[in-house]
Design a protein around this ligand. Structure first.
Ligand code: EPZ
Length: 416
């Protein structure tokens, strides 16, 4: 894995366009196989997680080509209905293919997805939803075996508004006879983008973005074109980086409401934020003050993925910022690494207390996971001296060119 060399202390200025959303393109790539069709995806980010999905699609027998940020998927030649361990281990969220393969083939075998850096990542809600639609599921020697002679529409109430379980339920429901109503569904914008793609495919559905999603039926079309939404967590990352380092940044062609909770938190810390219909501008003098407690919640609450990033922006803020991580058990893995830069953070279970320090000092640190790695980069930009971020391959999973974007804003950053 490569290393990032960052010299902090420089203010950042400029305008940026933001990549397509990782967490939208992954379920849409899975959805592209539920019928025999050709899909053209625009604004497709070039990420290692996307490459992992492309490898799975090719393994299943699809033709996939890429030209810049345009990816074409032809699922008419699909021949397989199983995903082996060596492909599943690349990315745990590949479990989203379970519902899609079941919808296409009525039979699916996946190697059980492992946990991940964020703690255990159960899939009980995914499997319960598929069983309710008529699937028989067994687990043996590390594989999930899933088959359904018939998928029949039904009522599915999710115990938790799980993003992945909502997506898997939607994809399997597309092939079900009759109507499926999913309640307590996740409301993330990426699910709205998935619905927009599925409707273009000929699925009769509504309700994405609300707690109740209804899937009525499916009349497949042969060709679909879709532009992936902008990545709201990358937007949040850039805003937190400029808030911490000081300066001014304009994010172009974005949807401000998708990351409104992050913008509002930064405003509460003393940044000036100007939201227009499709742009957001942030101005910061780099001297922030602690804001109100940050409690991560399912959308439209504060996104867990932005918690490490806002934590980085709060390290020198005057006062104490309280974080409560309600989604994942182990999402403070960046804390020991941030302490190496001089941060004052106390963690008690799900609560992290960040007390602002006058200065951070560059140091060698290790990226622990995707957003934890981005958190270290954000903190390094506001530290005095040089920081080396090792294991930065984690960052490549979700950021297309974060180093180049920060370089274009004036950061002293080099990927080695
Ligand atoms: C999606 O993960 C995102 N990944 C995550 O982004 C994001 O952090 C998460 O949603 C929450 O917003 C993708 O979309 C590819 P969940 P997912 O199912 O679907 C528990 C990033 O950094 N749960 O909503 O796996 C689970 O343990 C990644 O881009 C069950 O108990 O998240 C967790 O505590 C990280 N049983 C909570 O629900 C289940 O069957 C939320 O998980 C499923 C989930």
């Amino acid at each position: 894995m490569s290393t990032w060399r960052i010299k902090g202390g420089r203010r950042l200025h400029g305008s940026l366009r933001i990549q397509g959303a990782k967490n939208a393109v992954l379920p849409i790539m899975a959805a592209s196989i539920i019928a025999e069709c050709e899909t053209e995806l625009l604004n497709c980010p070039n990420l290692s997680d996307v490459k992992a999905s492309v490898d799975i699609l090719r393994h299943l027998g699809c033709q996939v080509t890429r030209n810049g940020d345009v990816v074409n998927i032809d699922s008419r030649g699909m021949t397989r209905n199983y995903i082996p361990h060596e492909l599943m281990r690349e990315m745990r969220s590949s479990v989203i293919f379970l519902g899609a393969i079941l919808a296409r083939c009525r039979e699916a075998t996946l190697s059980l997805p492992g946990g991940c850096e964020l703690g255990p990542r159960p899939i009980d809600l995914h499997l319960d939803a598929l069983r309710k639609l008529g699937a028989e599921i067994s687990e043996r020697s590390g594989n999930i075996y899933c088959r359904a002679d018939r998928l029949v529409g039904t009522q599915i109430n999710l115990e938790l508004p799980s993003v992945g379980a909502t997506e898997n339920a939607i994809l399997a429901a597309c092939a079900a006879e009759g109507e499926t109503v999913i309640t307590n569904a996740a409301r993330e914008p990426e699910i709205v983008d998935l619905q927009s793609y599925l409707i273009k495919m000929g699925v009769d559905m509504e309700g994405a973005g609300t707690p109740t999603i209804t899937v009525r039926g499916f009349k497949p079309v042969e060709r679909i074109g879709h532009r992936i939404m902008t990545d709201r967590i990358v937007c949040a990352t850039i805003l937190c980086a400029v808030a911490a380092a000081g300066g001014k940044v304009e994010l172009l062609s974005v949807e401000p409401k998708d990351f409104e909770t992050v913008s509002s938190a930064l405003k509460g810390m003393g940044c000036q934020i100007d939201c227009r219909s499709n742009s957001v501008t942030l101005v910061s003098d780099g001297r922030l003050k602690a804001g109100r407690p940050i409690l991560t919640r399912p959308y439209p609450g504060f996104p867990t993925d932005a918690q490490p990033l806002l934590m980085a922006a709060s390290l020198k803020a005057e006062g104490t910022t309280v974080f409560v991580e309600n989604i994942f058990e182990n999402r403070y893995r960046q804390v020991p690494e941030l302490r190496r830069l001089g941060a004052d953070i106390r963690v008690e279970g799900r609560v992290a207390m960040v007390t602002g320090v006058p200065e951070l000092h560059g140091a060698p640190v290790n990226a622990t996971d995707l957003r934890g790695g981005a958190s270290l980069v954000t903190a390094a930009l506001s530290a005095t001296g040089e920081t080396l971020v090792f294991d930065s391959g984690h960052i490549d999973r979700g950021y297309e060119d974060l180093d180049k974007q920060l370089l274009s804003l004036g950061a002293d950053i080099k990927k080695e």
